[in-house]
Design a protein around this ligand. Structure first.
Ligand code: SF4
Length: 345
């Protein structure tokens, strides 16, 4: 890749490139991208070796994919110019670090540049392994970021070690991720730091709910993802979680993060499966928010600006995370998908 590296060059999602007119094509009808994601890029791949990720050193083949879609490389200046001039629906920009020591200075420099060019709030998806002090987080805030995310990804320490740590000879450590989360909450404020969690990596529903609750009690909301295998990764053959199971976790996350419900509202069997909720599920479906993408909000919206359309499914499949407010036909589908969940009210 030669001199093509951050901070001058970045990767952006194919969806963003389409929305900015940098690539030809369009989305599914009626679907718009509201979060502009930018990923740092270097000659060497991310030093992480996560078993499911498309940009890591542990990939079987090196292709430029990340959350299953192509991430083309552009000059940051060209992306900013397009975002200023091409009509778009963006409500937030997110700069994703990679595990590379250069990413610290480059991220601060890029956030500053974005802040001076665009009038959107800015998130940073942190790479905790290279963040050695709270000062880094303060510098990021000073540069212009108002929210941060931490991709803890796995619901348990055992799965973290298996897929991101020792199990793959990777550098990441569970405790370090939670320590940086705690620092990020101090620096950015409660609920301005969030965690990414991926459902379907082998956790029980109870383990996922416990992790969401733990983060919420600390002051972090959860941004949920449904596992969807990246080709050429170690987990390329792992199936998506059952949609009905994912819907239950979406409901649980919504009750904990947005309705401030406590543990008694979610019931489990001995195997850790959710058996019911002490909540009006019909009303939640009617509202629709629980089934939308969860992530960093925009300036004024109550739902995620980071709407990640088609990040967890093929265009032909039902949305796992609705990137818009579910319409009546969508709600009918959701009703069928959750029909087996007991409503204990
Ligand atoms: S939820 Fe979206 S905007 Fe927020 S940190 Fe994660 S990827 Fe970035």
């Amino acid at each position: 890749m030669g001199a093509i590296a951050s901070p001058e060059y970045v990767q952006t999602s194919l969806a963003a490139a389409l929305s900015l007119g940098l690539k030809k094509g369009s989305f599914k009808q009626g679907v718009f991208l509201t979060g502009l994601n930018i990923l740092l890029v270097y000659k060497n791949p991310c030093a992480g070796r996560c078993a499911y990720c498309g940009i890591t050193a542990s990939k079987k083949e090196k292709k430029s994919t990340f959350i299953r879609v192509k991430w083309p490389v552009y000059r940051l200046d060209d992306i900013l110019e397009a975002a200023q001039n091409v009509p778009n629906r963006f409500e937030r920009v997110c700069v994703s670090m990679v595990t590379d020591a250069r990413a610290i200075d480059d991220t601060a420099c890029m956030v500053q540049k974005i802040k001076s060019s665009l009038n959107f709030p800015i998130s940073i998806l942190l790479a905790p392994t290279v963040i050695q002090s709270k000062t880094v987080l303060k510098d990021f805030r000073q540069a212009g970021a108002d929210k941060v995310g931490i991709a803890i990804d796995t619901a348990t320490k055992g799965l973290f070690e298996k897929y991101r740590g020792k199990g793959v000879d990777g550098p990441h450590q569970w405790e370090k991720y939670w320590d940086v989360l705690s620092d990020a909450i101090d620096v950015f404020g409660r609920y301005n730091a969030g965690i990414h969690l991926i459902c379907g990596l082998g956790e029980s529903e109870k383990e996922m709910v416990d992790c969401i609750k733990k983060a919420h009690a600390m002051g972090a909301k959860t941004h949920l993802f449904s596992f969807f295998a990246e080709p050429d990764t170690l987990l390329e053959d792992l199936k998506q979680p059952q949609l009905s199971s994912y819907r239950k976790i979406q409901i649980a996350r919504y009750l904990i993060n947005e309705k401030k419900r406590n543990s008694g509202a979610i019931h489990f069997d001995d195997a850790g499966n959710i058996t019911g909720f002490d909540a009006d599920i019909d009303a939640l479906i009617e509202e629709g928010y629980a089934f939308m993408t969860s992530g960093c909000e925009g300036k004024n919206s109550r739902y995620a600006a980071c709407n990640r359309p088609l990040a967890n499914e093929r265009p032909s499949q039902a949305f796992r995370n609705y990137p818009y407010e579910p319409k009546e036909a969508d709600k009918d589908k959701i009703r069928e998908q959750v029909s087996s969940i007991a409503n204990d009210r």
